[in-house]
Design a protein around this ligand. Structure first.
Ligand code: MN
Length: 442
């Protein structure tokens, strides 16, 4: 089922948290994304929070002063956990009723609780991974990315014959997923230049980012029980941003025949706030419109609901700043802008395909979309495409050039939804800096 638009999306709603009413905030009262935080400098247990303007609503503190009184016991307990997994496991009905409760609690017409301790300033909090991620899968759902990358390696035959039938993915590494802001060490690995007869083991010289959207699984499924396409979204909790850092030289040498391994598993950064599918309801639209001569989609990945509402109108952006740019106080350089609705496969199709062999997904599992690129210049979601495998370097405002990332480079991903008649919501940002200390070889 696709989430419905309701009173929580009313564009006239305002919050008693003033910063949530500013037009440029990612977190107005219509959004209400969930995350896990720790007050900076405190060793206290991580808590679940809801982003509202530049503040975090502390759900444990809310419960302590009785503000969650009306909720069922199991939902109250899930709100006071130290990860989102228990809340994710409860499914759509629970997250929808919690959303309505929080929306009421934060509305301007409510008197803010006299006790001010239910809000924590975002600037004073450390945002952690929102869930314990058991498994992580990375798809390859942008046909434009697949075609652009394919062209670099196989100019005559960029798209492999399975692409329009199978939502392609590889099994990623959950243990190396890190929250936004974590420095990324350049990996060592095997690489072989075309002129060389044998590979060397050396620091990657082709370190790249990938702009992706991540999907957190809500309610899981039993092993052996596939999820049908029209039930797929009942098992999706919400979205975040993902930077799938990639070492292109290591990848080129290792990827055949089983796909990426060490070229990706050294680090994956995710944004801290999970925007629920409920919050995204006003921004739904059709799935990508395929070319008339594309092959028909197999029935298990096809439904009229998915075709009409399976898409999400989400705009994504990437910017880059070098250490020197920050030193000289130069604003980050905008690198690309692309549309999530242009993905060849919808989030529902990815989830259904994932379980179609009976594979079980668990609450808190994460899958990512694959690099989100469009067909035009300025829509390419990674440096491999933007610089044509390094052959057309970017020039930064300082005059520095970049084929791939260097130490001190900071990559920022952002995502937001805008639609006439509704309040803009954002996913926030996903940031990572290439560690200036480099990687110490073992
Ligand atoms: Mn990827």
């Amino acid at each position: 089922m696709i989430c419905a638009i309701d009173s929580t999306h009313d564009p006239n709603l305002r919050s008693w948290v003033k910063s949530a009413n500013q037009t440029d905030t990612d977190f107005p009262i219509q959004n209400l994304p969930f995350g896990v935080f720790q007050a900076r400098g405190h060793a206290e247990t991580p808590r679940i929070g809801v982003a509202i303007g530049d503040q975090i609503l502390d759900l444990t503190a809310c419960q302590q002063i009785g503000l969650l009184q009306e909720l069922p016991e199991s939902l109250k307990a899930a709100c006071c956990a130290s990860t989102l997994n228990p809340l994710m496991a409860m499914g759509r009905t629970a997250s929808l009723s919690l959303r309505h409760h929080l929306s009421q609690l934060l509305r301007a017409e409510q008197a803010p609780p006299a006790d001010g301790t239910i809000l924590v300033s975002m600037s004073e909090a450390q945002l952690l991974l929102p869930a314990t991620i058991g498994d992580y899968t990375d798809f390859y759902a942008s046909i434009f990315h697949a075609t652009n990358v394919g062209k670099l390696f196989r100019p005559d035959n960029p798209l492999l014959p399975n692409y329009k039938y199978v939502p392609i993915a590889y099994h990623g590494r959950a243990s190396s997923i890190v929250p936004s802001g974590t420095p990324i060490k350049r990996p060592y690995g095997q690489q072989k230049q075309p002129k060389d007869s044998a590979p060397t083991f050396a620091p990657s010289q082709m370190l790249d980012y990938e702009l992706e959207v991540g999907c957190f699984v809500g309610m899981g499924n039993e092993l052996g029980d596939p999820i049908a396409l029209d039930q797929s979204e009942d098992h999706l909790f919400g979205l975040c941003l993902v930077n799938d850092w990639s070492a292109r030289d290591i990848q080129a040498w290792e990827y055949q025949p089983l796909g990426p391994f060490l070229s990706k598993s050294f680090a994956t950064t995710i944004s801290p706030w999970v925007v629920t599918l409920e919050a995204l309801a006003p921004f739904r639209g059709s799935a990508f419109v395929r070319a008339v001569d594309d092959p028909p989609t197999l029935p298990y990945l096809m439904s009229s609901t998915n075709q009409h509402f399976g898409g999400i109108q989400l705009t994504l952006e990437v910017s880059l700043s070098s250490a020197r740019m920050r030193q000289e106080k130069i604003a980050p350089l905008h690198l690309s802008r692309s549309e999530f609705q242009q993905m060849y496969w919808t989030v529902a199709q990815m989830l259904t395909h994932h379980t179609s062999n009976g594979c079980n997904l668990r609450p808190g599992d994460l899958f990512a979309s694959g690099t989100i690129s469009g067909s035009e210049a300025g829509t390419q979601g990674c440096l491999l495409e933007l610089t044509q495998r390094g052959t057309q370097p970017l020039v930064l405002p300082t005059g520095e050039v970049r084929s791939f990332l260097v130490e001190g480079d900071e990559v920022t991903l952002r995502g937001y939804c805008e639609r006439e008649g509704y309040i803009r919501i954002g996913i926030g940002k996903c940031q990572g800096i290439v560690d200036i200390r480099g990687q110490q070889r073992a």
